[in-house]
Design a protein around this ligand. Structure first.
Ligand code: SD4
Length: 337
């Protein structure tokens, strides 16, 4: 072999060897499979997702299974058991996103038990990303979802009756948890109800990321209001090269900064998941510190290595993690005390 041929060959093969090796290192460093989710109710959600992940299922199936599980809980703030808007109607928001940036969402969906599965159908069966209101409901029914009665759960009925006495529009959520049971609605000291959106992100055995969010949204919102949860880039964002993030809290604050997209972009710049969440929270607080003192937002993120982290404006945000290494609830760090 002459020198030129040899150099030509080695130029072709050397990078191949190096990249194979570094790929192997990356793979070894990955903490997978893994699922992380918002709040302590995420423990049960993670357990469902884990059934899929531990059977070498896809992260997409895992996050949907987790979300379905909590949508089934009638005394939960997610799904049809959630609190209504100020007209007394429960309207649901959900979205789902996979490792190829396929995504689907529904907003303002009434009387359908599993908005997350409707969101997945939007992703898989339509050329669109978001369906809202009546159109979303029509699409759900056409795709075999049952139209439920629309009656409020007992908890929601009681809370709504209480709220009607003052009829005060005060969209403050999740500043402090006061939990009555694993899925019970939570309340502030003054009795204002609290909402617990479920956002989850998973990485499967292949190292592929997906995420899902499901919620009844902010309690006693204006009818027609859509929060961050079904908005790709606000309540959820997945970039399979970098990582994924989800959020909980006052959706308007998250939408304003394209919150989860921002978190993923910070991870792209090399920040750890926790630092990326912190920098996004900083962005919200910097804009209006006085206002930030009165609201809660929490971001939760995972990178491609399966490292995770969270950050919130206020004390009280918690998240749940399940992997081969752990199965537990973590307190999020926070910015304002
Ligand atoms: C919303 N982000 O509708 C949701 C509410 C929430 O825990 O996260 N509650 O704005």
């Amino acid at each position: 072999m002459n020198r030129r041929k040899f150099l030509g060959l080695s130029a072709l093969t050397t990078p191949l060897l190096i990249s194979k090796k570094s790929l192997a290192n990356t793979f070894q460093a990955q903490n997978k499979p893994i699922v992380i989710s918002t709040w302590d109710s995420g423990m049960a959600v993670n357990a469902e997702a884990w059934k899929v992940l531990s059977n070498k299922g896809s992260s997409l199936d895992a996050v949907e299974a987790g979300a379905i599980h909590i949508e089934n809980e009638i005394n939960c703030c997610v799904g049809l058991g959630g609190y209504p808007d100020r007209d007394g109607i429960v309207t649901l928001d959900a979205c789902i996103m996979d490792h190829t940036a396929n995504c689907g969402a529904v907003a303002g969906l009434e009387r359908i038990k599993h908005p997350i599965s409707v969101a997945r159908k939007v992703m898989e069966k339509t050329p669109h990303v978001i369906l809202v209101g009546n159109g979303a409901q029509q699409f759900a029914v056409e795709n075999g979802f049952m139209l439920e009665s629309g009656e409020l759960s007992n908890d929601a009925k009681n809370a709504y009756t209480e709220w009607l006495k003052k009829n005060e529009y005060k969209p403050v959520i999740n500043i402090e948890r006061k939990q009555n049971g694993p899925f019970a609605p939570t309340f502030f000291d003054d009795g204002t109800p609290n909402h617990d959106t479920m956002g989850l992100v998973a990485m499967d055995n292949n190292g592929d990321l997906s995420g899902a969010v499901t919620t009844s949204g902010m309690a006693f919102k204006v009818h027609g209001r859509v929060g961050d949860s079904p908005i790709i880039g606000a309540g959820l964002f997945v970039d399979n090269e970098i990582g994924a993030a989800t959020s909980s809290g006052v959706g308007e604050e998250v939408i304003r900064i394209c919150g989860t997209h921002l978190v993923v972009e910070f991870m792209r710049q090399g920040y750890s998941p926790e630092m990326a969440c912190k920098k996004a929270i900083e962005r919200i607080v910097k804009r209006d510190k006085a206002k930030a003192k009165t609201v809660q937002v929490g971001f939760l993120a995972m990178n491609k290595k399966g490292q995770y982290g969270a950050y919130a404006i206020q004390k009280g945000f918690v998240f749940s993690v399940k992997s081969n290494r752990e199965n537990q609830i973590h307190d999020s760090k926070y910015m304002l005390s």
